[in-house]
Design a protein around this ligand. Sequence first.
Ligand code: SAM
Length: 475
Amino acid sequence: MRDLLPAADYEVFLAAFDRPRRIGLRVNMLKITPHHFSSIAPFSVAPACGWDPAAFIVTDDSRPGRHPYHDAGLYYLQEPSAMLAAAFLAPAPGDLVLDLAAAPGGKATHLASLLGGALDGRGSALRRTLDATGLLVANDVHAGRTRLLAENLARWGALNVLVTQDEPERLAECFGRVFDRVLLDAPCSGEGLFRRMEGVELSEAIVAACARRQGGILASAPDLVRPGGHLLYSTCTFSPEENEQVVAAFLAAASDFTVEMPPAIDGADRGQSEWAAADPLIAAQLALAVRLWPHHFPGEGHFLAMLRRREGAKTQMAELPPFDRRPPTSDQYRLWRDFAAATMTLDLPADRLHVHADRLYLLPRRAIALGAERGGRRAHVVRYGLLLGDLRPGRFHPAHDLALALNDADAVAMRWSAGDPRLAAYLSGADLPGPDLPPGPDGWMLVTVDGFGLGWGKRSGGRLKNHFPHALRRR
Ligand code: SAM
């Protein structure tokens, strides 16, 4: 960086790494408005920036990741620079959006919020996304990280999401050039995160390997973006090899893509065209990319380039067939219906129920085919829509994912405040004794924190049996 930056700039850049890191969080606008959140926030928060009302900075030394509101999916811990990608991509509510390298889900949860439409914060995430016409396909190539991605998206509560685990070229075979907006938040050497992490391994060989990998993933993008569609390339690293040079190579190979002018953002800098040996037409475009420097922008280092494909032949959108749904048998449907009649006040459409491996799912309104239906290969699905629960012999067992998509207006619910000792007991896995419960019949109850779904309990014999997942229980 000393070789790349002007001397005076380099000293300020270096000094920025000695400033304490800031904890950022982005409010889940599918569940709560920023205004409502700031009125109940259990730690002190301040707006993180002028361009996103959902973006906050935690200004005391609390640990927001351990608060029940985090379990209930009211926010995602994310530093402010990382919030810019989805804001730039700015999907419209009806869009078909692909997040190619999405785990653990920071930007995917943000995209899901934007696809939720009007952000009025009324009703649960499920109510808000039940009829959403857009769909987010969130993909990652690593099995463990994709599981984490699916968990974080479940916490977010959005219904209109398909989680896949595939190589990008496989996705291109399955779906084709259909996506309105594609995000490639590429695996990178992570130099921009040095302030947050210790012991990061870095070498020129690692940078070169990352650049090769990024070029490889980007090569699949033209087979996924529709004519006229957008592709946002982003990294959290400074190295020109992984930023300007990768974009320059892409533009040289994919002549129907151009870099678009970014919106004006305070503290954001432009791409450094002289850091890639590109021809003048491409160099002029690299200057439209965005660099977030830690000494100019109130966040960590990032790079973003918004690419747009030229309008062309009619898109394939209208030709995408619907997903081949497997409806429940009449016995399975009866189990669901009995549960829903006793527990739910929100009606879910029967013609979108789907069964896979004895589990019942609710499909998004726009459930697209996975590829095999078009004679190609099938995308590897980790989660499609919302997992409602398990179909066990003679009974239905609701999923934790369902609880996270609901609030206390959607189901028979227990409403405890964040500081209530009964909530603390519930989160630690304890059953609740009768005197702690309001009167009512036996059966499933949604446990909520201040009305936001947190998990399930089952009332029987005067006690509430705890069904909060073992892996999430407090020690
Ligand atoms: N967008 C994520 C977020 O905001 O939370 C962070 C993504 S991280 C920078 C890069 C991700 O790329 C990693 O999760 C990694 O598993 C994934 N990855 C690596 N190689 C990939 C490939 N060939 N195709 C898709 N994803 C890949």
